[in-house]
Design a protein around this ligand. Structure first.
Ligand code: CU
Ligand code: ZN
Length: 194
């Protein structure tokens, strides 16, 4: 076989074959799916425990982790405990229906990202003197995939009256639940997916 013929064989017959096989694999592989698509969720929080707290929170995930952003208004200046809670139910007037912090077996309450702390522990958000809090948290251990144990869809996000001390059990002594939102099962309409 002449070198030029060999080159043509590889280029025009084998290469397209591999491209087809590889793209078929990518479409069927869950792993490929997780690392190439952006998943999003958005919610409007509801005030709880007679608070006046309002705001929107957005969740975006491309690859490992979930980027949580948002703007909260009508909240007292200072630090406020911020967690993913296990149950997607904000219906109780005091937010108790959201259940405990989202956690894995054996985890205890702690700071965001610390070894052995609840997977749903996100630390505190800080409100300024105008009663506004900007949220911008990268939660490396969470995901937006209902087929995985790190999934937060169908769970809730809760903001507390006072600061989470990041150590007291079982929830950091952060007081009443003043805002709550259920993380939707469906992708946000503003999804960047094309
Ligand atoms: Cu909480
Ligand atoms: Zn916790």
């Amino acid at each position: 076989m002449k070198p030029s013929l060999h080159f043509s064989l590889v280029t025009y017959i084998l290469l397209p074959f591999f491209v087809v096989v590889l793209s078929a694999c990518a479409q069927n592989s869950k792993l490929a799916n997780i690392f190439t698509e952006t998943h999003t969720a958005s919610l409007t929080i509801v005030p709880r425990s007679d608070s006046q707290v309002t705001g929107r929170i957005h969740f975006s995930s491309k690859g490992p982790g979930v980027h949580i952003t948002g703007l909260i208004s009508g909240i007292k200046p200072g630090l406020h405990g911020f967690h993913i809670h296990a149950r997607g139910d904000c219906s109780a007037a005091d937010g108790s229906s959201a259940g405990d912090h989202f956690s894995m077996p054996g985890e205890v309450h702690g700071s965001h990202g610390a070894d052995g702390s609840h997977i749903g522990d996100l630390g505190n958000i800080a409100a300024d003197n105008n009663g506004q809090a900007k949220i911008d948290v990268m939660a490396e251990r969470l995901c937006l995939d209902p087929e995985q144990s790190c999934n937060i869809r169908g769970r809730s996000i809760v903001i507390h009256e006072t600061a989470d001390d990041l150590k007291s059990q079982p929830a950091g002594k952060s007081g009443a639940r003043i805002a709550c939102g259920v993380i939707p099962l469906l992708e946000a309409k503003t999804s960047s997916r094309k």
